[in-house]
Design a protein around this ligand. Structure first.
Ligand code: NAP
Length: 530
């Protein structure tokens, strides 16, 4: 049941004076439930509970954390249709998308459960002592990853489940041993509260300390700002705009004790279509890309917002066919009036830039909150000279850049900001003639795709979802997949520490039977004193 209150640990609380409602963009009406923004006293209480919970939670075994994470997944599934209906009423997205995202969320929780149950993720590294080493003895050193402390997670507007309350950031942080305080996204506060209730139930059922999780409502930037500034918070996870992510990153850097902000932000996901591919299948590619540009009304971080080709008749055919295909797709509603408002402003700004041609815009009337998809095109030189055209237009929009030559294509790529993905479309091994272009693209992105579309992020260990700034604030870390746990852990070394006082992961007899690097060799063997 949704109450509109905040979860301060396991306590429901509504002491704040500011209230707000969520919005149904399909029906263009406010939803009824009133939500209470978190007060400063409640923020302080949530951080204080998280700080005390951390003392216990950081030492809870991987096996118990796995039970907790699996229990969260079970409780989310137990929410049944109430979760799906709330999600749809707060986003305008269809039930199928809600169910798919719930499946992904549950899958992510279970994969982190499996990871910490097995235990080798801590990268245990042991170098045994050499007391007789000359000229000085070598000490016994043992290192492993350990939890950072309380983490604040900002719910994402475009993934109410998979990147929000119990999404990838939260699952990874809990798995690492960090209590989590979620700054719920105001557009889907009801979905957030339902998922929070599932996490709290799971925490109580599995004996986790109170404060291991809190869910805070807000309708403006004040709650998030206070959380990121709070001395008890030790790291931040964020998905959203460059403006928001950068503001939080700067705020965290200016603290007396700066903390890491892992922000996943804007990306236009450049797609290069090479000449033979255009000659062979311009129309088919246009159809495929019409689907990718409009998927989820363009509200994916991997949306293909920039398509590049070298001028030819085949490129002209691609441009014209993509225009026709886009115009034939029925528009869908966007997540919220604010998001469509930003889309309209950014789209108009892009269209009005000098020498930008509109290839196609959906012409018929659309309902309120529904987005008209747009394709534009420019010459390579125009794109190079105008950085405004490089910016993300979050929604069903893409710009096609018609380059003069291979050299100009490479120059454009080398001038792009960092991106989450890059895509290469090629035929007949022509990629071999574009090695430098592809290498330049690779240097700007976190993932490269061959003959596909960037939309659709597979959740698996080999996925890297992140990229050079501003795609993310730290390109060394992924926001998707089990390796994202490393954002919430720090290496810690024990020197000459008594064996029985070491964590189980580092003890001689390897009681958890995890894989370790012992004196330079990967092994699960025990360490003897011989
Ligand atoms: P957002 O504006 O970046 O906001 C995300 C969250 O951060 C919200 O909870 C917001 O709080 C908070 N926030 C933003 N600026 C802040 C600041 N200066 N200090 C403290 N907290 C701050 O993103 P959004 O609401 O999800 O969507 C708005 C736009 O972001 C979209 O139109 C789109 O352009 C972009 N976006 C991009 C991606 C992507 O993956 N590339 C994903 C989602 C959104 P409040 O809501 O409480 O103010």
């Amino acid at each position: 049941m949704i109450t509109g209150k905040n979860y301060i640990g396991s306590f429901l609380s509504n002491k704040g004076a500011i209230t707000f409602k969520t919005f149904n963009p399909q029906l263009n009406v406010e939803n009824e439930m009133i939500f209470y923004e978190t007060s400063t006293a409640e923020i302080n209480k949530a951080v204080s509970l998280a700080t005390s919970a951390f003392k216990e939670f950081r030492n809870i075994s991987g096996i118990r954390k796995a039970v907790f994470l699996n229990a969260i997944a079970d409780e989310i599934l137990d929410l049944g249709d109430e979760l799906i209906n709330t999600y749809c009423s707060e986003t305008g997205l269809p039930a199928g998308r809600a169910q798919g995202e719930r499946g992904r969320t549950v899958g992510q929780l279970r994969s982190f459960a499996q990871l910490v149950d097995e235990g080798s993720w801590v990268e245990a590294t042991i170098d045994t002592a050499q007391p007789d080493r000359e000229p000085i003895p070598k000490p016994d050193l043992r290192k492993m990853l350990t939890a950072l402390g309380p983490v604040v997670v900002f719910g994402a507007s475009n993934f109410p489940l998979a990147y929000s309350t119990a999404g990838g950031d939260t699952a990874a942080a809990l798995a690492a041993g960090c209590p989590v305080i979620v700054k719920s996204h105001p557009m889907h506060a009801g979905t957030g509260e339902l998922v929070a209730s599932a996490i709290i139930k799971a925490a109580e059922k599995t004996g986790m300390p109170n404060g291991v999780f809190s869910n805070l409502n807000s309708s403006g930037i004040s709650v998030g700002t206070q959380l990121v500034s709070h001395s008890g918070v030790k790291a931040v996870g964020f998905t959203g705009s460059i403006k928001g992510g950068r503001a939080l990153f700067d705020l965290a850097s200016k603290r007396k004790e700066p903390i890491p902000v892992f922000a996943e932000m804007g990306s236009v996901n450049p797609v290069i279509i090479l000449p033979n591919a255009l000659n062979n299948r311009a129309a088919d590619l246009a159809k495929t890309y019409a689907g990718s540009v409009t998927l989820g009304t363009g509200q994916f971080c991997t949306n293909p917002g920039l398509i590049l080709g070298i001028k030819s008749d085949a490129l002209t055919e691609f441009v014209n066919t993509l225009g026709k295909e886009i115009a034939a797709i029925d528009p869908m509603c966007m997540l919220h009036p604010n998001i469509i408002g930003v889309y309209e402003v950014n789209k108009e700004k892009a269209i009005l830039q000098k020498d930008v041609a509109v290839v196609s815009v959906y012409q018929k009337d659309v309902k309120t909150n529904f987005a008209r998809q747009v394709i534009t095109t420019v010459e390579g030189v125009t794109f190079l000279e105008n950085p405004t055209l490089h910016q993300e237009v979050f929604g069903p929009y893409s710009i096609i850049v018609q380059c003069e030559s291979k050299n100009q294509l490479e120059e454009i790529l080398s001038n792009l900001e960092g991106q989450l993905t890059g895509t290469v479309i090629a035929n007949d091994n022509e990629e071999n003639d574009f090695k430098e272009v592809i290498s330049t693209l690779q240097n700007r992105v976190g993932r490269i795709i061959f003959n596909g579309v960037p939309t659709g992020v597979e959740v698996c260990p080999s996925m890297h979802h992140g990229g050079p700034y501003p795609a993310s604030t730290d390109s060394r870390f992924t926001a998707v997949g089990i390796h994202s746990i490393k954002r919430w852990a720090r290496p810690f070394s024990y020197q000459n520490w008594p064996n029985d006082l070491l964590p189980a992961e580092l003890q001689n007899d390897n009681p958890l039977e995890i894989s370790r690097l012992v004196n330079g060799l990967k092994t699960i063997d025990i360490i003897t004193n011989e």
